[in-house]
Write a protein of this length. Structure first.
Length: 127
């Protein structure tokens, strides 16, 4: 396993974006019972937020693409997500972030996925 990276310059040299298969929807349940296929859940005051596979009946504007930033970012890397968020903001792409231990995961609207991928690819720098 690689060591987590804190240095912003090195993070953006190593930055790769991996698009996971499928489309995803945010959902809420009153208990912690996992929704079928869920990949994430988090307890909020209102209940359990969960990310589950999209179904045919889900609204098109509520479908999200899962992008993984395939660089082992340290949880203490100051400014990494801020730079990514600023670039996506400038491109008009909403983004929801799930920070995990090894990677950051972005959920962007299906309709804006290509724009997000181009924007994120432009952030990669030469070392």
């Amino acid at each position: 396993m690689s060591r987590p990276e804190r240095d912003l310059d090195r993070l953006f040299v190593k930055l790769q974006v991996f698009r996971h298969e499928g489309l995803w929807v945010y959902d809420m349940t009153s208990d912690d019972a996992p929704l079928p296929g869920r990949i994430f859940q988090f307890r909020e005051r209102e209940g359990w937020s969960q990310l589950r596979p999209a179904l045919a009946e889900d609204q098109l504007e509520d479908r999200w693409v899962w992008l993984e930033l395939s660089v082992h970012s340290d949880l203490h890397a100051v400014g990494f997500m801020a730079r990514i968020s600023a670039a996506l903001t400038a491109a008009g792409v909403p983004c929801n972030v799930v920070a995990a231990l090894n990677h950051d995961h972005l959920f962007v609207p299906e309709a804006l996925c290509e724009r997000a991928m181009v924007t994120l690819s432009a952030l990669r720098t030469e070392g």
